[in-house]
Design a protein. Structure first.
Length: 404
């Protein structure tokens, strides 16, 4: 008899609440410090930390909606055995979207040009060459497109989960809801292509250095968030299995997720190298300035950590087949990847906002704890709302006999 009704372990509940409490207290202390100190650098650091973490946790949660949609369109059976985990993560995207939306719109509508310099009138000269850029980097477009995208991401995350749960109560053999989910997934991929795969990283992150640009930046951001999202799914799979759930998830399924972690670590590295190599080779001043502070300046420690944690460690550890099937090894690599890509997002944001005055202090760590606690609390509670194994899914039998 399958143990399908997830109950949140007391230790997980306590840990999530403690971390969430640390985050809330840190946020309150940060607001007080910012208001009392009134130093511009501290204000920049306050908003930069919130910006980096809200975007990072939103995008790695959104990765679950993407993997659900992609495998639904491909009719991939392997994911069905643990489908409820990415569904639970994807269905709480709206929470992180709300947080990110508040941070982003507050920055824009308070004219915080210390974060988004393009908010200063005339920062990008008004001429025919910059006409489209000035339209794109405007308060009205930023607001409208950000709100539209966040609402759509949230709706798709909730809808895909709802349809999957609805299928549980349908007559055996019915595929009506299955094909509805197929169509919704196709819609999400279209929205995803117009948002995270293109415009949103330009708008939210690349515009922090609005005189710098890279045509690969959106794919680079996608690769970073996707491999992190797969790592988070891996951690939840192994956690639930450790507590006696997801008995139908075999080593073969874990191996498949491990292959995604391995493959997209290489894909991220390919994009990282391509972006860097083209800018280095061309040696155009307005492009190389982005890497100057990161490679040779005060952020060089993150530059090298980025390569070590996000490429060297995953490829060396996960290349042997047995390692992708070893629960301890893939857990370790998942944690390394999450830490590594948090650092990746850190070095995307901080050099543009606090320049050389970086530090990872109590506020940075406290906010991270808060977001981690929020993920743990929301996802664990969502997992209790439906059976852990989807019922009546046409591919359920295939996933049970799946061999990698």
């Amino acid at each position: 008899m399958l143990n399908q009704e997830f109950k949140v372990p007391a230790k997980l509940k306590t840990t999530s609440m403690v971390l969430l409490g640390i985050g809330v207290v840190t946020l309150i202390a940060g607001v007080a410090t910012m208001l009392l100190g009134k130093e511009q650098l501290e204000q920049n650091r306050f908003w930069s930390v919130l910006l980096q973490n809200s975007i990072f946790f939103l995008l790695i949660s959104l990765a679950s909606v993407f993997i659900l949609s992609a495998t639904t369109l491909a009719q991939g059976a392997w994911i069905v055995s643990f489908r409820r985990i990415p569904e639970a993560i994807g269905s709480v995207v709206w929470v992180f979207a709300t947080i990110a939306g508040i941070v982003l719109l507050t920055l824009v509508w308070t004219d915080n040009f210390h974060i988004y310099a393009w908010l200063q009138d005339g920062y990008n000269p008004h001429n025919s060459l910059n006409a489209l850029k000035n339209f794109f980097l405007s308060k009205s477009f930023f607001t409208i497109w950000t709100v539209v995208v966040l609402v759509l991401w949230s709706w798709f995350g909730i809808k895909i989960r709802q349809l999957s749960v609805r299928q549980d109560s349908e007559a055996k053999g019915s595929t009506k809801t299955y094909w509805q989910n197929f169509n919704i997934s196709a819609g999400f991929i279209f929205v995803f292509a117009l948002s995270l795969a293109s415009t949103i990283p330009w708008l939210w992150i690349m515009s922090l250095d609005s005189h710098w640009f890279s045509t690969m930046f959106s794919w680079y951001t996608f690769a970073s968030s996707f491999v992190s999202g797969m790592s988070m799914i891996m951690l939840w799979i192994l956690y639930t299995k450790r507590h006696g759930y997801l008995e139908i998830v075999s080593t073969e399924h874990v191996h498949d997720v491990g292959k995604f972690m391995f493959a997209f670590s290489i894909f991220w590295t390919y994009l990282w190298f391509s972006q860097f190599m083209l800018i280095w080779y061309a040696n155009i001043p307005e492009e190389t300035v982005y890497f100057q502070i990161r490679m040779h300046g005060p952020y060089r420690i993150f530059y090298w950590l980025n390569i070590i944690l996000n490429f060297v460690c995953p490829i060396l550890i996960l290349m042997p087949r047995p390692n992708k099937r070893n629960y301890f090894v893939v857990t370790l690599v998942a944690i390394i990847i999450l830490v590594g890509h948090w650092i990746d997002f850190y070095q995307m944001v901080m050099p543009a906002t606090v320049q050389e005055h970086w530090k990872i202090g109590w506020f940075d760590l406290g906010i991270v704890c808060g977001f981690v606690g929020l993920v743990m609390y929301l996802v664990s509670n969502k997992l209790t709302k439906a059976p852990l194994v989807p019922q009546n899914n046409p591919l359920l039998k295939e996933t049970i006999i799946h061999i990698a």
